[in-house]
Design a protein around this ligand. Structure first.
Ligand SMILES: Nc1nc2c(c(=O)[nH]1)N[C@H]1C(S)=C(S)[C@@H](COP(=O)(O)O)O[C@H]1N2
Ligand SMILES: [Mo]
Length: 411
């Protein structure tokens, strides 16, 4: 099959296999500028780092395994998050420092007619390529803002990113192996391993119907380039509209199962209440649970920081990003009176149902404290709740967010 996009030549994609060592992960941090994430009741100042391979300036949450957060201004500047500022999250620390593209194999096995081993060349030339834009958001994005607080990685809003993904349909790859009748789940594993043998390897599953919906993708490119090693080089799963815990990185193993996957990462971890927005009263621990799944609508103002000074009475142009979750954005509204009245914001270019959508809105604030709230409604008619949702895992934050600014006289 001919290359469908000259920028995605085989050479481009298969180069970059060696990302440079992670020696940094064991060396002490140099003095770094700090950033304030405004996390309630916590030491919220975090260092910015440029120390990770293929990554520009990121907020450092943890060195090993790396947790790197995208600074908010990146979302203000770009609707497609640049690869070198795309957030990073790994569960276990044993991550290959490089992957040899020529010897790499993706195995499809289990409840199939024949085990298949595919090279990157096979994937690039043996299947019809597909491409779409989709938001990758960690289930625990914004967890650090939960009140009362919950244990887990204390992310601000930057454990998400939006990229154009290119790859092949998981359905087509499964078709080559031949899924046997009676298949229930399809399980995915990557090249990363836990440091200790007793710890459960990170593995996630989708139902066989979801896996064969024609949208779930085995991606080999991100924004037109091979993906950074820390974002899953050379292959990762893309499950558009679903939280990123399913987007298995460095994907090397696909296993079709004749029963439900009951491994730790499906049956124990990443469970949310079955209620809308996974919301339960703060402190509740006894409720019906299910594995986290579809994303929900969100919106964030990106060009104003908490506490920023603005000029009273002067035109103020708001800018932000919205996402529909598992479908497109229908509208974004702005309120400056705590949700009593709402005004429609203008929407930017539509890059598809799974993408971020820019919104802008012009307003003028009277002197004093101004509270600006934004609310997204998706194309299924689901709106962000006005009260903040809560659950003990710190997952699925979805309530409307408010930025408080100080409107005063000209300086
Ligand atoms: N192989 C592998 N894939 C993984 C993970 C992991 O630990 N190992 N973490 C998942 C989780 S919970 C998240 S939030 C995303 C993070 O994707 P990113 O690092 O590309 O932003 O990867 C997912 N895929
Ligand atoms: Mo995550």
């Amino acid at each position: 099959m001919a290359d469908f996009n000259p920028a995605l030549s085989r050479r481009n994609l298969l180069a970059g296999a060696a990302a440079g060592g992670f020696g940094i992960m064991s060396s002490p941090l140099l003095a770094q500028p700090m950033v304030d994430l405004g996390l309630p009741g916590k030491p919220s100042r975090r260092p910015l780092t440029r120390a990770f391979p293929q990554k520009g300036e990121m907020i450092l949450q943890r060195m090993r395994p790396p947790l790197l957060e995208t600074p908010m201004e990146v979302f203000d500047k770009h609707i497609l998050t640049p690869n070198d500022q795309f957030y990073v999250r790994w569960h276990w620390a044993n991550i290959p420092e490089s992957v040899d593209a020529s010897s790499f194999r993706l195995t499809v096995r289990g409840h199939v007619d024949r085990t298949v081993e595919l090279t990157l060349h096979d994937l690039l030339h043996g299947f019809e390529p597909i491409e779409y834009v989709a938001v990758n958001q960690c289930s625990g994005n914004s967890r650090g803002l939960f009140v009362p607080s919950v244990p887990g990685a204390e992310w601000g809003h930057g454990a998400m990113g939006n990229a154009r993904w290119t790859g092949v349909r998981l359905r087509d790859v499964l078709g080559q192996a031949g899924v046997k009748a009676g298949a229930v789940d399809v399980r995915f594993g990557g090249l990363d391993e836990a440091l200790v043998a007793e710890a459960p390897k990170f593995r996630k599953s989708l139902s066989v119907d979801h896996a064969r919906d024609g949208e779930v993708m085995i991606a080999y490119a991100m924004n037109g380039e091979a993906m950074p090693l820390l974002n899953g080089f050379p292959l990762r799963l893309i499950v558009p509209g679903w939280y990123s815990t399913y987007w298995v990185k460095m994907l090397c193993d696909i296993e079709v199962l004749p029963g439900k996957d009951d491994n730790f990462w499906m049956a124990k971890a990443y469970q949310v209440p079955t209620t809308p927005f996974g919301d339960v009263p703060a402190g509740t621990s006894d409720y019906a649970k299910e594995p986290i799944n579809k994303m929900v609508p969100r919106s964030l103002i990106t060009n104003l920081a908490e506490g920023q000074k603005v000029t009273a009475g002067a035109p103020l142009m708001l800018s932000g990003i919205a996402m529909g979750g598992d479908c497109g954005v229908a509208k974004v509204e702005i309120s400056t009176d705590g949700g009593k009245s709402w005004q429609l914001a203008a929407l930017g270019e539509d890059l598809g149902p799974y993408s971020f959508r820019r919104f802008t809105h012009r307003l003028a604030l009277p002197a004093g404290k101004g509270r600006i709230t934004c609310r997204c409604t998706n194309t299924r008619g689901v709106s962000q709740p006005l009260g903040m949702n809560w659950n003990p895992g710190g997952y699925m934050r979805a309530g409307v967010e408010t930025v408080t600014v100080m409107a005063g006289g000209k300086a």
